[in-house]
Design a protein around this ligand. Sequence first.
Ligand SMILES: C[S@@+](CC[C@H](N)C(=O)[O-])C[C@H]1O[C@@H](n2cnc3c(N)ncnc32)[C@H](O)[C@@H]1O
Length: 325
Amino acid sequence: MPSAQEQAQWLRMLWGGFWSSRIIITANNLQIFDHLTEPKDAPALAELIKSDPRATEVLLHALVALQLLKKHQGRFRNASLSTRFLVSGTPHYQGDILKHADNLWNSWSQLDNVVKTGKPASKTTFDHHAFIMGMHNIAHLVAPEVVRSIGMQGVAKAMDLGGGPGTYAMEMRRQGAASVTHFDLPDTTNVAKRLTKQAGIDGILFKSGDVLQDKLGAGYDLVLLSQLIHAFSAEQTQMIFEKVCQALRPGGRVVVQDFALNPNLTSPTQGALFSVNMLVNTPGGRCYPAQEIRALLKQAGFVRASSRMAAGNSLTIAFRPHTRS
Ligand SMILES: C[S@@+](CC[C@H](N)C(=O)[O-])C[C@H]1O[C@@H](n2cnc3c(N)ncnc32)[C@H](O)[C@@H]1O
């Protein structure tokens, strides 16, 4: 049994987690990491970001404590973590997902009421562009490995359903899919079109629509649903799976990628906590254990469902039967 002191420390770390969270979100909003690629003292930085010098210095010291900055002879500059992930325009940039964290900050602040009422947080200001670019920040780190694990050999016609920024659609094309249809809501399609153009990747068709309402098309060899079903209830998910089954050619594959979650719904921590994120932000969404995803796929008409891990996420694969029984 840990001592009372040790337990109290763990407790403090839990309730105080929002301090470090808010500090990094604010530093990102104020573009502090973009300005500290070269060392600067607090007044010089405050002048650049138009902030109060005393307050800026307090924030900078906390960022050093969090190992996001270094301080030398009164001047501050990015530590390696910030250099790699938080400077705009760098290959592994994560600043957009931090902007999206500010979206989540607003909805999560309503958690008491969400739990009492069972209803999602009421709408606050929401930066949709940060959400979708944030998805790109995350996906581009893992998409090559995930798509390699899925395998693109023989894939002539694929769909990236709820494709968001199009990171997976682009990677499927890079790894040999002859054509990929990106399907998402209209606001998101615009972001994906821009990113695809910037990357100079052709062979991606864009369909704007609502997966709950609109037709997906037909004859696909492969449909990928990456980080999509957690936005929906089990009933909606099964309805989506039925639609996907109809959209595939006989023998075609569906691939569902999402956070890993054990059947007990309590681990890994990321999956269990992400369910709270969906509770707060959607009427019926949550994380699904692979076992439940396989059961929903079978009920929707799929066969040979199996699950495995790829790049830290859970992948479930199933097939449309050649003949309907
Ligand atoms: C968490 S993002 C995942 C994006 C991408 N698949 C990935 O893994 O990076 C979920 C995506 O689903 C889209 N989406 C949510 N509801 C949708 C709906 N009803 N119809 C179509 N797309 C939807 C969102 O616009 C968003 O792009």
